[in-house]
Write a protein that binds this ligand. Structure first.
Ligand SMILES: [Zn+2]
Length: 314
């Protein structure tokens, strides 16, 4: 048994079940809602998130990975409040997204790795919730600041054994550049998910990432403007046909609350971008294209379980 930390306590890796590998609960401008709490109704948003996650559990999903970092307004205590009220696991993260704190420009990779390791070993802020994954983001390309973040994450990963999940940009094929940096830090690439790979329909690019050992995140279902559901489904089905079901994980990159995008606007502009799209629409579409139950099981359950089970520093 490997104990995986979640917002409501540790869970045996064998009990993670069907897992959406890249979601969010609350995405907020850092610090703003603490400074001006009247900007939202915190209690109502917690209740709303509880409803969404209960609904998701009823649709057959057991675990989500919340890749909300400090620069996306992460609040582990608030997610824990939600997680304690639902029968669904929420794995929290450390690391950074695309707007690392200004302070990180001055710190070295090792100093930043210490901070990430603190979230993993001692818990995030005062919440007692330990991070179960390290998030790192590259867009559009790996520049000097971004490289420092990737190295910091790689070092925190090797020190703690907690795996890495990234935000990459398919337009620059930055997943491969991320792998280069991780490799130069001695990271076992099978301990890494190269996220947002599903924005690409280029099976050559995607296979190059998987051939180096990493999982790819087919993780933005419902964000149709980059690639619609049919395109995302067709790409996965093609890769399954080539024997790559063991290399993919699924998700939406959706959320319960996002301060920059009111729910009404989202419903109008991106009607499929919600937690239930995969369960309701994507899995039937994959089956219709000949993807087998075994392959779906691998992408939804087996691959995430294997990813989290391989713990231990090296
Ligand atoms: Zn995300």
């Amino acid at each position: 048994m490997v104990a995986i930390p979640t917002a409501a306590g540790a869970v045996d890796h064998a009990d993670l079940g069907a897992t959406l590998m890249h979601e969010h609960v609350f995405i907020r401008s850092p610090g703003v809602f603490e400074a001006w709490p009247e900007l939202w109704n915190r209690e109502a948003e917690v209740d709303h998130a509880v409803e969404r996650l209960r609904e998701l559990k009823a649709a057959g999903i057991d675990t989500i990975v919340d890749l909300t970092t400090i620069d996306l307004g992460r609040d582990a205590a608030m997610v824990a409040e939600v997680a304690r009220r639902v029968d669904l696991n929420v794995v929290m993260c450390t690391g950074v997204w695309r707007q690392p704190p200004n302070l990180f420009q001055r710190l070295e990779s090792d100093d930043i790795a210490d901070l990430f390791a603190r979230d993993i070993e001692r818990g995030i802020e005062g919440s007692g919730v330990r991070a179960g994954v390290i998030k790192l983001a590259t867009q559009p390309t790996v520049d000097a600041v971004n490289e420092k973040m990737l190295r910091a994450g790689a070092r925190a990963h090797r020190r703690t054994g907690v795996p890495i999940s990234t935000h990459s940009d398919v337009t620059t094929e930055s997943g491969l550049a991320q792998q280069d940096v991780f490799e130069s830090e001695g990271v076992d690439l099978s301990r890494v998910v190269i996220g947002h790979s599903g924005d690409s329909a280029d099976t050559d690019y995607l296979r190059r990432i998987m051939d180096r050992g990493s999982l790819i995140g087919m993780d933005r279902f419902g964000i149709d403007r980059t690639l619609d559901t049919e395109g995302r489904v067709a790409t996965i089905a093609a890769l399954c046909g080539m024997g790559y079901a063991e290399g993919m994980v699924l998700s939406h990159d959706a959320n319960c609350f996002m301060d920059t995008l009111p729910r009404e606007t989202r419903r109008e502009t991106m009607p499929n971008w919600h937690y239930l799209h995969i369960s309701r629409d994507v899995l039937p579409a994959l089956r219709a294209r000949g993807v087998t139950e075994g392959q779906i099981e691998a992408m939804l359950t087996g691959n995430p379980r294997r990813f989290f089970a391989r713990s231990g520093p090296y």
